[in-house]
Design a binder for this molecule. Structure first.
Ligand code: A4P
Ligand code: MG
Length: 190
């Protein structure tokens, strides 16, 4: 089966439901997220893309870096997990992502993490799926909740259970971004 995207091109439909987390804390973060969403939506092997709300939060890990903007997307794809990782890393590279080597969790223009690839558990040199830190991170849990994702595959209860297990400080450190703010940046990217 085929359908058309916004530019009218036919796209191959496939059935693997994936969730990807987006994060940025360097430069115009909202624009970087919007550019990544556009690149994923335009990819010929990706269909039915939905986007969560955007959130602003304090950094996890080293504190001497700017606040992050985070979101998540879900889509269907015919790409294998490794091929999808290649696409995610290419989009990061096209958006000025510089890997700093020694600084774990350092500042970045764009980070795209594969959270779920259907129900598959993947442990290879390049991929850990489901992403190992989902339940510790409100900036991942809230966008997943927006997208109606389930966490059954993690064996840690529901998204709400994971959110309630996090500290009050974590809850205070994250704020939803108004749609007006998102769209003003989206206009700047077109
Ligand atoms: N890799 C393994 N599994 C995956 C996966 N499921 N998705 C490998 C994507 N990549 C995966 O990634 C390093 C290697 O992980 C890749 O080469 C890939 O083969 P990277 O993007 O170069 O490095 P990274 O992102 O710095 O590492 P890491 O450990 O993935 O960091 P995280 O967990 O993404 O944390 N605070 C807030 N508020 N918001 C944030 O978004 N992000 C981080 C980064 C820290 N603090 C944050 C946020
Ligand atoms: Mg990453």
């Amino acid at each position: 089966m085929r359908h058309s995207n916004s530019s009218g091109c036919a796209k191959q439909l496939d059935n693997t439901l994936c969730y990807v987390a987006l994060g940025s804390n360097l430069g115009d973060s909202i624009s970087y997220l919007n550019k990544a969403i556009q690149a994923l939506g335009d990819h010929p092997d990706i269909t039915q893309l939905s986007v969560s709300k955007f959130y602003k939060s304090k950094p996890h890990g080293p504190q001497d870096q700017p606040d992050y903007i985070n979101a998540a997307v879900k889509f269907k794809t015919s790409l294998s997990p490794e091929a999808l990782l290649d696409v995610l890393q290419e989009i990061e590279n096209n958006n000025q992502r510089v890997r700093q080597g020694v600084v774990r969790w350092g500042a970045r223009t764009l980070d795209l993490d594969l959270l779920f690839y259907a129900d598959k558990v993947i442990e290879t040199k390049r991929l850990s799926v489901p992403h190992p830190r989902i339940c510790e991170r409100l900036f991942v849990l809230l966008p997943l909740q927006d997208l109606g994702a389930g966490l059954k595959r993690l064996g840690k209860g529901t998204i709400k259970d994971c959110i309630h297990a996090l500290s009050e400080k974590a809850l205070n450190d994250i704020k939803e971004i108004a749609d007006d703010d998102k769209s003003s940046h989206r206009k700047n990217t077109s």
